[in-house]
Design a protein around this ligand. Structure first.
Ligand code: EPZ
Length: 416
């Protein structure tokens, strides 16, 4: 298993260009099945989850050529074959292939998706929404079989603003007949990017970014050339890295509003933040004060994907604070690893009580994508050398995190 080795206490200085957004490009890759033609997708990050999604496309009979950060997908000849369960399990976002495959093939058999071990992560909201839209759903153990009975527009009220369920409904409703409305929809920027991509293919989707989305089904979708938005969680990761290690960083290509819930917390804790139309500056002393209380929530709330990153910052700050994780029921796995570096963290249900401490290097293990990144952030602030095992998790969502941190002055390397 590969690892990341960090020698801490180097401040970070410089500029980085934010990568294309993992959680935007994955549903856009799935949406590329819908037009049965060729789509050119720019600003596609080189990630393990993107490679896995390309493999799913190929299993379905589509083709994809990945050149630099441009992905060319041809879905003219999909075979509607069943996707290997192991492949479906390799990532959570495989579930959003359900909508496009049902739309193109009329039937789909998938196994329960995989993804990070941060909670049960059921797909009941996806499936009950599909049933309301005229899909017959049968679950047998790990297998889900869906068949379009009579697909029709529907008014759907989500019990929770699920990102994946919102995306899946948009993907199933885009082609065919009727009008589908989604209420209590997820409002994440990645949903807006999916709407923009669908509309660039000739779909008629409106309201993404608000809690109410309307999809007017169309008969056909055309080829598209599209540039994916940048990754707000990668930007949050680098903002937290500077807040933990100290230094000054310009992040280019990020819309300040997408990470403001994170940068406002850092600013209120002693970091300096400056916003520009397409970039953000973050500067920090070697130690900031501890944020008092942070609660994760659906966008525009504090992103759950940045919770572990902020816990690392709090672990090496002055004072103490509380983080509440309201989205996933098992997303504090990194606390136990941070304690190995000297962090003072008490977990009580959905709350983590953190008291800032002087961290020292050690051997830790990534449990999932964002906990892996959080352990690297903590290692930057720790005295001495830290080895983060199972760094392969980090490759799922970061296009060269090690190289980018190294370019900012961190003493960091990948070791096998
Ligand atoms: C997306 O996951 C992201 N993944 C996650 O990012 C992110 O943490 C999450 O949204 C929340 O923002 C991708 O976009 C690929 P949800 P998703 O459906 O769609 C429950 C990362 O690190 N739920 O909004 O799976 C679920 O269990 C990843 O990049 C149901 O109960 O998230 C969870 O508690 C991690 N039934 C909550 O809703 C359902 O049918 C949020 O899930 C669906 C979800």
């Amino acid at each position: 298993m590969s690892a990341v080795k960090v020698s801490g206490k180097n401040k970070l200085y410089g500029n980085i260009k934010i990568q294309g957004c993992k959680n935007a490009v994955l549903p856009i890759i799935a949406a590329s099945l819908l037009n049965g033609g060729e789509n050119i997708i720019h600003n596609c990050p080189y990630l393990a989850d993107v490679i896995a999604s390309i493999k799913i496309l190929e299993e379905l009979g589509a083709s994809a050529v990945f050149d630099g950060n441009t992905l060319v997908i041809d879905s003219s000849g999909i075979s509607c074959r069943r996707v290997e369960p192991a492949l479906m399990k390799s990532l959570r976002s495989s579930v959003v292939f359900l909508g496009p495959v049902l739309s193109r093939c009329g039937k789909a058999a998938v196994s329960m998706p995989g993804g990070c071990d941060i909670g049960k992560r059921p797909i009941d909201i996806h499936l009950t929404s599909f049933e309301r839209m005229g899909v017959d759903v049968e679950c047998a153990g790990d297998e889900v079989t869906c068949a379009v009975n009579k697909l029709h527009g529907e008014r759907i009220v989500l019990p929770f603003p699920s990102v994946g369920a919102t995306e899946n409904i948009m993907l199933l409703a885009a082609l065919g007949r009727g009008v589908t409305t989604i209420h209590n929809a997820a409002r994440e920027p990645e949903i807006v990017d999916l709407q923009n991509f669908l509309n660039s293919m000739g779909a008629r989707v409106f309201g993404a970014g608000t809690g109410n989305i309307t999809i007017y089904a169309v008969d056909k979708l055309t080829d598209s050339e599209y540039t994916v938005m940048t990754d707000r969680i990668e930007a949050a990761t680098f903002a937290c890295a500077v807040a933990a290690a100290g230094g000054e960083l310009y992040m280019e290509g990020i819309k300040p509003g997408y990470i403001r819930t994170v940068t406002n917390i850092l600013k209120n804790s002693g970091a300096a933040v400056a916003e520009y139309p397409d970039s953000v500056y973050v500067g920090a002393p070697s130690q900031i004060s501890c944020p008092q209380l942070v609660s994760t929530g659906p966008y525009p709330g504090f992103p759950t994907d940045a919770q572990s990153l902020l816990m690392s910052v709090m672990s090496c700050s002055k004072g103490s604070g509380v983080i509440r994780e309201n989205i996933f029921e098992n997303r504090f796995g990194h606390a136990q690893e941070l304690r190995r570096l000297g962090a003072d963290i008490i977990i009580d249900g959905r709350s983590a009580y953190v008291r800032g401490a002087a961290l020292t290097g050690g051997q830790v293990t990534a449990r999932d994508l964002r906990s892996g990144a959080a352990l690297v952030v903590a290692a930057l602030a720790a005295e001495g050398e830290t080895t983060v095992e199972k760094a392969v998790y980090i490759d799922r969502g970061y296009d060269d995190l090690v190289g980018k941190l190294g370019s900012l002055g961190a003493s960091i390397e990948r070791v096998n």
